[in-house]
Write a protein that binds this ligand. Structure first.
Ligand SMILES: Nc1ncnc2c1ncn2[C@@H]1O[C@H](COP(=O)(O)OP(=O)(O)OP(=O)(O)O)[C@@H](O)[C@H]1O
Length: 373
């Protein structure tokens, strides 16, 4: 098979490639040490949570990061915001290496990269008022917007669809969806260029998920904020992201623009993830159903070669001995990278799955509305 050795995951959709990348991530790695032994504790191993992740995030784009629970999505997100110190690799923000930048060095960009967390119950301080929570980042960064912080917070409350009069209320007075809106307002307070949204809707009621996704999408479009949208649910990422990266056991296995990924996945794992999304639209061509067997192996001792091989129906000897690089396979578009020795055939009829496959009826109706307008 002829391969073009492109190892950098670049976007090629019109939205993605406008400028140089906002964020350039190369070989990002995180190992959590495991200590044991008696009487003196020493390191006996490591959880290899993230291993050699390489990708770019462009200004204003939304990149979806998808994979099963425990594959290292949150750890990656936390390293990108520098809440976690990487074990290896580099992170560049607007060309500046911030991989090991200290607090002082990070200060000027702290406001530009924000995070929205999964659990809107745990991520808000129950003893602080909404006003205090949202103005927190402004206080920490000593930012005084024209008109004052309170006016800015009220404006932000309105932006995220909450009543500005709720300024003095406490988190427990709000529903899950409303709390996540407070989290979004807090992330917006410093007018970030990049938001890492870590499963921002998975803790919410299904009927509320669509509203919050819609809000984030509006913000992305109207304010040109770049998003890394972390999710285990491919249907939500498809709704929100122009490009999608798929992770398995700490590694990126495939990345492409969303239509390419959904209509012609090359990595068997992506194919399996897609076939797990229920097809509710009878117009959508039936895709072969694949059910993954076995558990995800331990990240403490991941399989040799291709990490997916123990669950892959296409695996051969080579998969155990040689790790497949993340490259542009022959037949793939620029920017579509796959890490597999025996990839799926490219879909012949690329238009076969143009329709979105959405699990949640609320999201489905939103998509239809968006298409009409
Ligand atoms: N502080 C830590 N110490 C040790 N291991 C950790 C730590 N944080 C995460 N891990 C491990 O690293 C691996 C990746 O975890 P991570 O939370 O990044 O995955 P995830 O894909 O975000 O999963 P989920 O969707 O369940 O949040 C898991 O095996 C997890 O147990």
């Amino acid at each position: 098979m002829s391969e073009n050795k492109t190892t950098k995951a670049v976007g090629d959709s019109a939205t993605a490639v406008k400028d140089r990348p906002l964020l350039e991530v190369e070989g990002l790695t995180k190992h959590f040490p495991i200590y044991g032994g008696f009487p003196f504790k020493r390191q006996v191993g490591a959880v290899q949570a993230v291993e050699g992740v390489t990708l770019d995030v462009f200004p204003g784009e939304s990149l979806g990061l998808v994979g099963e629970s425990g594959c290292g999505k949150s750890t990656t997100g936390r390293m990108l915001t520098r809440l976690l110190e990487p074990t290896g690799g580099t992170i560049k923000y607007e060309g500046r290496d911030i991989t090991h930048a200290n607090r002082r060095e990070l200060a000027p960009i702290r406001s530009e990269i924000q995070m929205i967390f999964q659990d809107p119950y745990a991520s808000l301080n129950p003893r602080q008022t909404v006003g205090k929570i949202i103005s927190g980042p402004m206080e920490i960064n000593d930012i005084n917007p024209p008109g004052g912080r309170e006016a800015r917070v009220r404006e932000l409350l309105e932006t995220v669809g909450l009543n500005p009069e709720h300024y003095n209320r406490f988190p427990h007075e709000f529903s899950g969806g409303q709390r996540q809106r407070i989290g979004v307002a807090r992330a917006l307070a410093l007018e970030p260029k990049l938001i890492i949204a870590d499963e921002p809707v998975s803790a919410l009621d299904v009927s509320i998920q669509a509203q919050v996704v819609n809000l984030l999408q509006e913000l992305q479009r109207e304010r040109g904020i770049a998003f890394v949208f972390i999710a285990h649910d491919l249907s939500i990422v498809r709704h929100f992201s122009q490009r999608v990266a798929v992770m398995y056991l700490g590694k990126l296995v495939e990345i492409a623009d969303r239509d390419t990924l959904y209509s012609g996945p090359r990595h068997p794992y992506t194919h399996a993830l897609l076939s797990a999304v229920p097809e509710t639209d009878i117009d959508v061509q039936k895709r072969e159903r694949i059910r993954l067997v076995g558990d995800v192996p331990s990240p403490i001792m991941p399989p040799s070669g291709c990490r997916f091989r123990t669950r892959c129906w296409k695996a051969q000897d080579k998969c155990a001995t040689e790790e497949p690089p993340l490259v542009q396979l022959s037949g793939n578009k620029a920017g579509h990278l796959t890490a597999c020795h025996f990839p799926e055939d490219p879909t012949i009829d690329v238009g076969a799955r143009k329709e979105d496959v959405v699990m949640d009826p609320a999201l489905r109706s939103l998509e239809k509305d968006a298409k009409k307008s």
